[in-house]
Design a protein around this ligand. Structure first.
Ligand SMILES: [Zn+2]
Length: 297
């Protein structure tokens, strides 16, 4: 009897088998195809299941989602922008399985709580910063899911004084300013010629002034946003995952400086912002926890 975990991210599908201890094994991944994305996802699940009887599937997906309906509507996957019934499609493939679905940030929070740096930490914020910014909020040991399953969506918090257009339709969202792709775009608009966030970081480290300013702007805005959310939920730990986790001092110095400048109220004096150590497995691991029976989560 097999338990599967599935991750839907903006650019890849990943799936693996969930072991009794909650770890995800035999992980395979494929890029998101622009046409018929469910077909490649379905084939991936079939390959990982390898003909065994699947009794449970946990799905962690980029949002927004409608958790009650089992629908995800990620803007990066064109055919699914209007909403795709992930839970129903998975159920069709494995009729005997129970299928659970949660937002990627919620899954990352579950994973940090069980397998990451938040073991024994009851109040925390988990944020993933890559081309998208998602998050999960843990208060009193529980991960908040919200009314529709989208709690923790820190990417659409509005930052005062910024006018960057977000693909949600608003201006000044954290994601529109401080995602990796937003930082690259900001640098390109000012004449930087490299390609991608890793190159931007390398250029910043090598002293390129435009790249340095772009990464500093990103870190400053992230630090401001994290300080606001830490105050709102009275947490003392923030875990940053995604590409930002391994971005090094070019990003973490301005981020830390912004936290020091803005998280000044007394009850935040012990606030620590730390990188995730789960790498790119956080969401998949959390999806796996969704699929386990409650006593093993
Ligand atoms: Zn937005």
């Amino acid at each position: 009897m097999t338990v599967l975990a599935l991750e839907i991210s903006p650019d890849r599908f990943a799936a693996g088998r969930v072991a009794p201890d909650g770890s995800v094994q035999d992980v395979q991944a494929v890029p998101v195809t622009s046409r018929a994305p469910w077909n490649s996802c379905r084939d991936l699940l079939a390959e990982v299941a390898a003909g065994s009887e699947v009794i449970s599937v946990g799905i962690g997906t980029t949002g927004p989602i409608d958790m009650a309906a089992g629908v995800a509507a990620p803007p990066d996957i064109a055919e699914w922008q209007v909403g795709f019934g992930l839970v129903e499609a998975t159920h069709k493939q494995f009729p005997a399985a129970t299928v659970g679905m949660a937002l990627d940030g919620v899954c990352a929070a579950l994973a940090e709580q069980r397998h990451g740096v938040l073991r024994g930490v009851p109040d925390a914020l988990v944020v993933s910063v890559s081309s998208r910014i998602s998050g999960g909020i843990i208060v009193g040991g529980f991960v908040a899911v919200g009314r529709t399953g989208n709690a923790g969506n820190i990417g659409h918090m509005v930052m005062s004084g910024y006018n960057d257009l977000c693909d949600c339709g608003a201006r000044g969202c954290v994601q529109a300013i401080a995602s990796t792709s937003a930082a690259v775009r900001w640098a390109e608009e000012r004449g930087w010629k490299g390609e991608g966030f890793a190159a931007l970081l390398a250029a910043a480290g090598a002293g390129d002034s435009i790249a340095g300013a772009a990464v500093e702007r990103m870190g400053t805005v992230l630090g401001q946003a994290l300080s606001s959310v830490a105050s709102l939920f009275d947490v003392d730990r923030v875990v940053v995952g995604g590409s930002a986790a391994s971005a090094g001092p070019a990003l973490w110095k301005p981020l830390g400086a912004a936290v020091a400048a803005h998280a000044r109220i007394g009850f935040l004096s012990g606030l620590r912002v730390v990188p995730s150590q789960l790498g790119d497995t956080a969401v998949l691991t959390g999806a796996g926890l969704l699929a386990l029976p409650p006593e093993r989560q």
